[in-house]
Design a protein around this ligand. Structure first.
Ligand code: IVH
Length: 661
């Protein structure tokens, strides 16, 4: 067969297969057969570039890399839609139309959750795709849109036409993309809409081609030149070769609309792509101008937004969050789940009564939704999936400061009785993160306030758990990807902050930056400082009785020790590292401590010896280089003297390590 003829045949076969698979959803050949055809065509086109045809499906493989996107002006603006949330609002929408016109009907379509695109064809050939942008000026994304398999490059009629539709990422592609990103340690996309929007703005169309975007077309621009109703417009779009979402309906009046919307709400749960409502449009195009427009949207159409979506997930733990008034709110820590467009990992449980009335228990499978589409809430327990968990019991003491909680009569909430509780005063968080303390860039007062109010930050260690909620944080208005990434990076970096800054950051009364610096010279680890006695501390120059007392009482509180343990578990630096290399006579030597030491605790002495490069052993042998003998030293000292090991008094030891602490 002649090469040109074979190429034409391949193009026809592949285009047919594409149409059957992507537009009609009815595959006619296997993936393998498809790949073989495509491979043969690519090889022929590479060998005979002059024979390459304009409607070749190889156009969909991508390849062009752009520097940026050209701007495109929408001669007919791309408007948005008003919203209605219930049947009353829907009736008002209908009444407003009724004031302008009579004898109208509706068309309902699924509202696809993606991004709008305008597609231009000349003489039936695809020439340009543009994003919505601000409605008047969008961006030219022709090369990226070309990679969408269901987009017809040539229409079934050689007409000039502009159409509009929604680019979206099917669930399957979204899952695959995020799995790949997870493996490569790249940030995940929060939802398919974000992923589709991010993909369409890729400069490398090869990447776009791999991401498997799809497209539903729903509007003909200046449709009255071609048809008289929206219903006919959709039929005509289908006949031209566009992929039109099949779930559209002609509905006679507002009463029928209410039933139809219920059906859509049931249907959408089984669909392999995200939808966020039903678009309701007056069917008769000739009425549009009489019904009119607002500045942003047509009055002949609206979007009915679905009620909050629900999802089942596992309740892994119940934690408690303290508000600024001291109110203690139980919070559900959930196995992350995707609800109404974002990932949810925590949800409010309101108060003790709410939990008990629904008998919510840790490790239950629970049903979660977004109240008002914003605040995640646990609605109920899936009791059929319960396996003998313990009933919930409200805590009795404040999780932050351990003070008793109090439930005032007639109220459902518990309050922390400590007016100075760090959980309610964000000052301790603000101080900890501040430049003079841990220096966590971007965790300023405002951000702390927001994260505190939303329940992400109650106590200092919560700062280091924020990374578990990265996706949710990105969805907070005014936050976004960049800001959150920067914040989390600064938090990670702060783990290496010096010990004195950490001590200062704890906010111990009377311990300022200078005192903290003095403390680490004498107590080069956090544990040593925790163990320091009032007497030890007052021995130190610059540490007066008031400071010593404050330090001791700070570390006497179990809540503070727990908090430091949490910080340790997060990997914060708890050691004062000397930067210079020490060439010390203890370097490489083995030392044994014996007797009662007066000037140092065992831990302190061990730490200092190790800092010099020495090792501390527990028994004396021929390998021992030094024995440090305190008061009442016994058998070890005797053995050292027998073996001729150098014996140092505590005072000698102090001289040798002077300047190291
Ligand atoms: S018609 C005048 N139909 O929803 C507005 N829009 O909030 C014409 N959308 O920007 C839009 N599915 O991105 C229309 N079947 C559908 C839709 C749909 C999704 C999006 C579109 C639009 C937004 C309006």
């Amino acid at each position: 067969m002649d090469i040109k003829q074979r190429m034409t045949e391949l193009i026809q076969k592949i285009n047919q297969a594409n149409d059957d698979y992507h537009t009609k959803d009815q595959p006619t050949i296997t993936d393998y057969q498809y790949d073989q055809l495509l491979k043969e065509l690519i090889e022929l086109e590479q060998a005979y570039p002059l024979l390459k045809q304009e409607n070749s499906p190889t156009e969909k493989i991508g390849g062009l890399i752009l520097d940026g996107f050209e701007k495109v002006t929408h001669v007919i603006p791309m408007m948005s839609l008003s919203n209605v949330f219930n049947s009353d609002e829907l009736k008002s929408f209908d009444e407003r139309i009724l004031k302008q016109v009579r004898d109208y009907s509706f068309v309902t379509e699924l509202k696809i959750d993606g991004l709008a695109v305008s597609l231009k064809y000349q003489k039936g050939r695809f020439v340009r795709a543009a994003t919505r942008g601000n409605g008047l000026i969008g961006e030219d994304v022709t090369h990226n849109v070309k990679t969408i398999k269901s987009l017809p490059l040539i229409l079934n009629e050689a007409i000039d036409i502009e159409v509009r539709g929604e680019i979206f990422m099917p669930h399957k592609s979204f899952k695959q993309l995020n799995e790949e990103r997870m493996n490569q340690n790249e940030p995940l996309f929060a939802n398919p809409r974000n992923a589709a929007a991010g993909t369409i703005r890729q400069l490398d169309s090869k990447i776009v081609a791999q991401r498997n975007l799809d497209l539903f077309v729903y509007t003909i621009v200046s449709a009255n030149q071609y048809v008289t109703t929206q219903f006919e417009a959709l039929k005509y779009l289908e006949s031209l070769g566009f992929k039109v979402n099949p779930n559209y309906k002609h509905v006679k009046d507002v009463n029928d609309l209410i039933q139809v919307i219920q059906d859509y709400d049931d249907l959408r749960k089984s669909l392999p792509y995200d939808t966020d409502g039903v678009v309701i449009k007056v069917n008769e195009l000739e009425l549009y101008d009489r019904i009119g427009y607002t500045a942003k949207s047509p009055k002949w159409a609206t979007a009915y937004k679905f009620q909050a979506e629900q999802a089942e997930t596992i309740l892994k733990d119940i934690t408690f969050q303290i508000g600024r008034t001291g109110v203690v709110t139980p919070v559900a820590e959930l196995e992350p789940v995707f609800i109404s467009g974002s990932t949810v990992a925590r949800a409010t449980l309101h108060n003790e009564d709410y939990i008990l009335s629904k008998d919510i228990r840790v490790w239950d499978v629970v049903l979660v939704h977004k109240a008002g589409e914003i605040i995640p809430e646990v609605i109920s327990v899936v009791t059929s999936k319960r396996e003998s968990q313990k009933p919930f019991e409200m805590i009795k003491t404040c999780p932050i400061c351990k003070s008793p909680l109090e439930r005032k009569s007639g109220e459902a909430d518990y309050y922390c009785t400590n007016l100075e509780c760090p959980g309610r005063n964000m000052n301790s968080l603000i101080h900890f993160a501040s430049r003079v303390a841990m220096d966590i860039d971007t965790l300023g007062e405002k951000v702390v306030e927001t994260l505190h109010d939303l329940g992400y930050l109650s106590k200092i260690p919560d700062i280091y758990s924020l990374k578990n909620y990265a996706q949710e944080l990105k969805d907070i208005p005014g936050f976004g990807d960049k800001k959150v990434d920067k914040l989390l990076a600064a938090i990670e970096a702060s783990k290496k902050q010096s010990l004195d800054k950490l001590i200062f950051g704890l906010g111990i009364k009377h311990v300022g930056a200078k005192v903290a610096k003095t403390l680490i010279k004498h107590y080069p680890t956090m544990d040593l400082l925790i163990e320091a006695t009032y007497e030890d501390l007052t021995e130190i120059n610059d540490i007066g009785e008031m400071i010593a007392q404050s330090i001791v009482s700070y570390f006497n509180k179990q809540a503070h020790i727990d908090m430091i343990d949490e910080l340790k578990a997060h990997g914060l630096n708890m050691t004062h590292e000397k930067t210079e290399n020490i060439t010390h006579e203890f370097n490489g030597k083995t030392l044994v401590l014996t007797g009662k030491l007066e000037l140092f605790s065992r831990d302190q002495a061990t730490f200092l010896i190790e800092k010099c490069g020495g090792k501390v052993a527990s028994s004396v042998s021929a390998k021992t280089d030094y024995v440090i003998a305190g008061e009442d030293a016994g058998s070890k000292l005797k053995k050292a003297l027998e073996l001729g090991v150098t014996v140092l008094s505590e005072a000698d030891f102090k001289v040798k390590i002077d300047g190291l602490y």
